[in-house]
Design a protein around this ligand. Sequence first.
Ligand SMILES: Nc1ncnc2c1ncn2[C@@H]1O[C@H](COP(=O)(O)OP(=O)(O)OP(=O)(O)O)[C@@H](O)[C@H]1O
Ligand SMILES: [Mg+2]
Length: 272
Amino acid sequence: MNDMTVKTIYTPEPPRALQAKPPKITAQDVNVYYGDKHAIKGLSITIPDKAVSAFIGPSGCGKSTFLRCINRMNDTIAGCRVTGKITVDGYDIHDRDLDVVQLRARVGMVFQKPNPFPKSIFENVAYGPRIHGLSKDKTDLERIVVESLKKAGLFEEVKDRLAAPGTGLSGGQQQRLCIARAIAVNPEIILMDEPCSALDPIATARIEELIHELKQNYCIVIVTHSMQQAARVSDLTAFFHLGNLIEVGDTDVMFTSPQDKKTQDYITGRFG
Ligand SMILES: Nc1ncnc2c1ncn2[C@@H]1O[C@H](COP(=O)(O)OP(=O)(O)OP(=O)(O)O)[C@@H](O)[C@H]1O
Ligand SMILES: [Mg+2]
């Protein structure tokens, strides 16, 4: 079969996650090219608000590439071209009038490797609100920093050393600091690209708990190589293969009755 003809299929039941929650992100016929390399092929998907959606699939299938489409981070990669339509709250993110800096504040991102700035814990979180002019004064900025650290489940551990360097924290704490930094600019969507892959099981469990709490208020999209993690944290799962979105469904249904053989092979560990 020609790759171009691959169409997404849905698990036997229409996803409950998409009925229960309003759509936050939609993609229609999205293609991404790196030069001649066709990395995402005619992808269409709807992602619900106030829920966790997991992207799974073998290495190189385009998970990070599609994630970067959602906050137009691919714009920063030379030779990368995106076609098709992506909306957030119904608005086309490629609209000429859209301010991409604002978009990236609304659509926060957390990466695989914790990447705090080489600054204090306080400054890591204060930086975004300051450049976006979100605080009225110093007291207000302090309030935003404390609230963001609390929401990221880090405040109790760092409240006595806010002036210490962020890079001096443990890996799991650094990742929660990066989540606090993303939260500080009032995002609506948080994209997480393998946020736990550099963390030990305890730090991973802490981030997973946090994801569970955060989904009450945010639309979360997580890329993960761990089937167990996808099963634990997500409401909706999307399986990617060779640049195609093969199958989408409620996570429990995807893991018990996938429709496509490739999905089945991947989730049962036969390839990937
Ligand atoms: N900056 C780039 N320049 C050229 N090709 C790229 C670039 N980034 C990704 N690709 C290619 O696009 C395809 C999709 O890559 P992507 O990083 O999105 O995959 P992935 O599913 O996130 O993989 P992994 O699980 O290993 O992180 C791959 O073939 C990759 O080699
Ligand atoms: Mg990736």
